[in-house]
Design a protein around this ligand. Structure first.
Ligand SMILES: C[S@@+](CC[C@H](N)C(=O)[O-])C[C@H]1O[C@@H](n2cnc3c(N)ncnc32)[C@H](O)[C@@H]1O
Length: 343
């Protein structure tokens, strides 16, 4: 667990080709099973292109939308703020390598950008699978209605004013909300708390916006992009009242463990963004990942476990789709509840 998507700078052997090695292991409870509709391998690009000259999508591409591009092989910019010049070099080498950036489905400001952080904040190892999933007409309509007010792109370029965004409510960050059912339920049960819900999955973003709208919720905001950039570049130290990570992609193959979100450097970063007393709540149905979570969270000196080991399943966490799939396979679900210590 020495490598981390946020901060490591792996060598060439660590690079996964888009749609190739990065494809999840079909024998386990995979990221593909966890997404609805699931992440799909990104096909090789038809022709090289850079951000300023996106490849014209094929007819099949046009039926889908992409929220992450698959540029896993570019130099790592982790840990550093944006540098336009080196970003353009990266974009160029990415183009030369034959990767293409999906065209955004929505005009700027009207929906999630296909690649909000662009080349400036690209990281080499991602905890999510680049994918192109179909956005239903209802999801797209919800995005068009609600995105300008409730959506934001994780571009890594400015600090968020959480007070303004959530009318002064304490704010909990949920990373990887999937289709957002649990997010909406928890937001409805606790209207005094703001939920900053982060994912890269456009259909899920539309679904959550639709659920929030239908339930009359005013305490949910949807952040599009990589949570690591959100934490590192856009959230102030001590600004969060909690962190939720429910059923993150387990990346079961050993060579993909580096893609797991819950790693020491990630938790160290996240903890700096938590206020004293903030709750960190993780859950997984993948036993080896549960063990990793327990080890990583227990080793973070700024956090304390609220239980001797795993937590009993809290009744305030709704069942999620992925939890149900795991239980159907006989998996055991583990919750972990830790608290941010006072500084
Ligand atoms: C397996 S799904 C779980 C969804 C949901 N929590 C549930 O239990 O139904 C994991 C989600 O995390 C998202 N994800 C993974 N890494 C992420 C990151 N670094 N930033 C934002 N979202 C991420 C993926 O896109 C995916 O939707």
């Amino acid at each position: 667990m020495s490598e981390n998507p946020a901060t490591s700078a792996p060598g060439p052997d660590d690079v996964d080709a888009p749609g190739g090695d990065a494809a999840p292991d079909a024998s386990a409870h995979t990221p593909a099973e966890h997404a609805a509709p699931g992440p799909v391998p990104v096909p090789p690009a038809a022709a090289p292109s850079g951000p300023s000259s996106p490849v014209r999508p094929t007819a099949a591409d046009e039926e889908r939308t992409g929220t992450a591009s698959g540029e896993e092989s570019e130099p790592d910019g982790a840990g550093e703020p944006s540098r336009a010049a080196s970003g353009s070099h990266r974009a160029q080498s990415r183009a030369e390598a034959g990767f293409h950036r999906p065209e955004p489905m929505f005009a700027p400001g009207t929906g999630p950008a296909a690649d909000p952080a662009g080349a400036h904040h690209e990281r080499r190892i991602r905890s999510f699978q680049p994918r192109r999933s179909r956005v239903s007409p209802a999801q797209a309509a919800a995005i068009r209605r609600r995105w300008p007010e409730w959506g934001l792109d994780i571009d890594g370029l400015s600090r968020l004013d959480l007070n303004a965004l959530f009318d002064g409510r304490p704010v909990v960050l949920e990373i990887g909300f999937g289709m957002g059912e649990a997010t909406a339920q928890m937001a409805a049960a606790d209207p005094g708390t703001g939920i900053l819900a982060c994912d890269v999955h456009t259909p899920g973003q539309g679904n959550l916006l639709s659920l929030a709208e239908r339930a009359g919720l005013t305490n949910v905001r949807v952040a599009n992009g990589d949570a690591i950039i959100l934490l590192r570049e856009m959230l102030a130290p001590g600004s969060l009242a909690g962190l939720r990570v429910f059923f993150p992609d387990p990346w079961p193959k050993k060579r993909h463990h580096k893609r797991r979100l819950i790693q020491p450097e990630f938790i160290a970063l996240a903890s700096t963004r938590l206020a004293p007393g903030a709750l960190v709540h993780c859950a997984t149905d993948w036993e080896p990942y549960a063990e990793q979570m327990l080890e990583v969270l227990s080793a973070e000196p700024t956090l304390e476990n609220l239980h001797p080991s795993y937590a009993p399943r809290p009744d305030f966490r709704p069942f999620t789709k992925f939890e149900g799939q795991g239980l159907d396979k006989g998996h055991v679900v583990h919750d972990l509840l830790f608290r941010r210590r006072a500084a």
